[in-house]
Design a protein around this ligand. Structure first.
Ligand SMILES: [Zn+2]
Length: 67
């Protein structure tokens, strides 16, 4: 393991961390139902991904009533 020669000052630490930013997640429309969903993840409203059903998801209204 590399050993740091000098202690990182508070200023340098803060300058480095000042560039940490949260980015807005990418949102795509589901190819099956058209609802907005996260890319590379099965749609939360219909459960389809890449033309195949992966999740047996209930529609939003039914989900709230049962859970
Ligand atoms: Zn969908």
């Amino acid at each position: 393991m590399a050993c740091p020669k000098k202690k990182t000052s508070h200023r340098k630490q803060h300058q480095r961390r000042a560039n940490w930013k949260a980015d807005i997640p990418k949102i795509v429309n589901c190819s099956n139902c058209g609802a907005p969903s996260l890319p590379h993840i099965a749609c939360t409203s219909c459960g389809y991904y890449n033309g195949r059903e992966y999740l047996r998801a209930l529609p939003r209204k039914q989900r709230k009533a049962t859970a």
